[in-house]
Design a protein. Structure first.
Length: 135
C-alpha cells in the first residue's frame, strides 16, 4: 500500500486551536488535550499544507511517552499515524531515550493493535512500550 508522505514539523504558535478542533471532530477533546498541546513536545503532520494529525510526547525518564497520537478522521488509513509514530521513535532515539511508551485505551482495539503491529508490548494496564536501539 502506498501512502502520501506527510511533512512532520514542530508545533507552531497558531496550531493549538486548530489541532484541538481536529481532535474534537473525532472524540471529546477536553481540558487534558489543551494541557498536552500547551506543555508537551508536539509534532504536527501536514498533508498538502493542512494539519492531518499530531503526536504529543513527554519525557518520562528513561523513556519518552506518547500521551496522544491523533489522526484527523479524514486522513485515517493514509499512513499518517504510522509516519507520526516513526517520527516519534526517531525523535526518542535522538533524545537518548531507552524506551518509547504510549498511553492506550485498552478498550480501543484498533489503537492497541496499531502499536502491537509496530513491536510495542504491554507493560501496564494502559501502557505499551517499545525498546529502542541505542543512538
Amino acid at each position: 500500500m502506498t501512502y502520501r508522505k506527510a511533512e512532520i514539523r514542530p508545533l507552531r504558535e497558531g496550531d493549538r486551536a486548530l489541532l484541538f478542533g481536529l481532535a474534537a471532530l473525532d472524540r471529546a477533546a477536553d481540558e487534558r488535550t489543551l494541557t498536552v498541546l500547551e506543555h508537551e513536545t508536539v509534532f504536527v503532520a501536514e498533508l498538502e499544507g493542512a494539519p492531518a494529525g499530531y503526536v504529543a510526547l513527554e519525557r518520562d525518564e528513561p523513556c519518552l511517552r506518547i500521551d496522544q497520537l491523533f489522526v484527523s478522521p479524514e486522513h485515517e488509513a493514509e499512513g499518517v499515524g504510522r509516519q507520526l509514530l516513526e517520527y516519534a521513535e526517531g525523535y526518542a532515539i535522538s533524545e537518548g531515550a531507552l524506551r518509547l511508551r504510549a498511553v492506550v485505551d485498552t478498550e480501543d482495539v484498533r489503537s492497541t493493535e496499531f502499536y502491537r503491529r509496530r513491536g510495542f508490548v504491554p507493560v501496564g494496564p494502559d501502557v505499551v512500550e517499545l525498546v529502542l536501539p541505542e543512538p
